[in-house]
Design a binder for this molecule. Structure first.
Ligand SMILES: Nc1ncnc2c1ncn2[C@@H]1O[C@H](COP(=O)(O)OP(=O)(O)O)[C@@H](O)[C@H]1O
Ligand SMILES: [Mg+2]
Length: 249
C-alpha cells in the first residue's frame, strides 16, 4: 500500500445531507497517484453524490476534501478541474446534436469559465489533441457523427475522451460500463489500463464486479452513505458485511 506518499485526492469525514437524508456520511478515503481505486455499493448508497462533492458540483455539509494536499473543500468546479480532476456522469452528458469531434473541442475549454472563450475557435493544438484521443479511444472514425447517434458504449468512450481533453491527473468515472456491450467494456477496460500506465489515476464507480476486480488495486464500499468496507477486490468480495449489503435484504 502506498503509505508514505501524499494522496492525490483525499476526503476526511465528508458528509452531504439532502434534508434529513445523509447521502454521504463521515466518509474517509484517499486515492494515491497512479492508483485505480474502485467505489462500489448498492443503488442509493451515495457514490454519485460523493463524486458530485469531489468535483465540487455539490457543497459538502461536513468534512474536508484535499487535492495534492491542498484544501479544496470550497473550490469551484472549474478550479478543481484546472487543478487536474475530470469526471464523467452516470447518465452520459454529451451534446447530442453536435459531432463527436465538436464535443471533444468544447470539452477542452471546460477549464475556462467564460462562455465567450468557449465559443471562440479552438487552437490547432486542441484539434490535434482531440483527434489523437479519438484515435486512442478507437472512435476516430466516428469524429464526424452526431454524438446522439452513437451506441451506449461509443458514447461512454466519447465522454471519457471529453474528460481527457484538459489532460487531467485523475479521472472519476461514474458507471463507465453501464449500457455498454461486452466488446466495448473490454475496450474501456483496456484503455483505462493504458491511461493508467501513462500515469493517470482513476476512481471508478462500478456495478460490474469483474471490471473492478480486473482493474482496481483497492476498493471502497459505501452503504447508506457510510463507508462499509475497504480493501483489495478479493477482500471485499469475501467481506460478509458487503455480501449482506448487496444480497442480504
Ligand atoms: N439532488 C438530490 N436531492 C435529494 N436527494 C438526492 C439528490 N441526489 C441524490 N439524492 C439521494 O441521495 C442518496 C444517494 O444517491 P446517489 O449518490 O445517487 O447514490 P448512488 O450513486 O450510490 O446510487 C439517494 O437516497 C438519493 O435519492
Ligand atoms: Mg450513482
Amino acid at each position: 500500500m502506498p503509505s508514505e506518499r501524499q494522496p492525490l485526492l483525499e476526503g476526511h469525514t465528508v458528509s452531504k445531507y439532502f434534508g434529513g437524508l445523509a447521502a454521504v456520511n463521515n466518509v474517509d478515503f484517499a486515492v494515491y497517484p497512479g492508483e485505480i481505486v474502485g467505489l462500489i455499493g448498492p443503488n442509493g448508497s451515495g457514490k454519485t453524490t460523493l463524486f458530485d462533492c469531489l468535483s465540487r458540483l455539490q457543497k459538502i455539509d461536513g468534512g474536508r476534501i484535499l487535492f495534492r494536499g491542498r484544501d479544496v473543500t470550497r473550490a469551484r468546479p472549474y478550479q478543481i478541474a484546472r487543478m487536474g480532476l475530470s469526471r464523467t456522469f452516470q447518465s452520459v452528458r454529451v451534446y447530442r446534436k453536435m459531432s463527436v469531434f465538436s464535443n471533444m473541442l468544447i470539452s477542452h475549454q471546460w477549464r475556462d469559465t467564460s462562455l465567450l472563450r468557449m465559443l471562440q475557435p479552438s487552437p490547432a493544438g486542441t484539434a490535434h489533441r482531440a483527434h489523437e484521443l479519438l484515435e486512442f479511444l478507437q472512435i476516430e472514425r466516428l469524429a464526424g457523427e452526431q454524438a446522439g447517434r452513437l451506441s451506449g458504449g461509443q458514447r461512454r468512450l466519447l465522454e471519457i475522451g471529453m474528460a481527457l481533453m484538459p489532460n487531467p491527473d485523475i479521472l472519476l468515472l461514474d458507471e463507465a460500463t453501464s449500457g455498454v456491450n461486452p466488446t466495448l467494456i473490454e475496450t474501456i477496460k483496456d484503455r483505462i489500463r493504458a491511461l493508467n500506465e501513462q500515469g493517470k489515476t482513476f476512481l471508478l464507480i462500478e456495478h460490474n464486479i469483474n471490471f473492478i476486480a480486473d482493474l482496481c488495486s483497492r476498493v471502497y464500499v459505501l452503504n447508506h452513505g457510510e463507508k462499509l468496507a475497504e480493501g483489495t477486490p478479493k477482500e471485499i468480495l469475501q467481506n460478509e458485511a458487503v455480501i449482506d449489503a448487496y444480497f442480504g435484504a
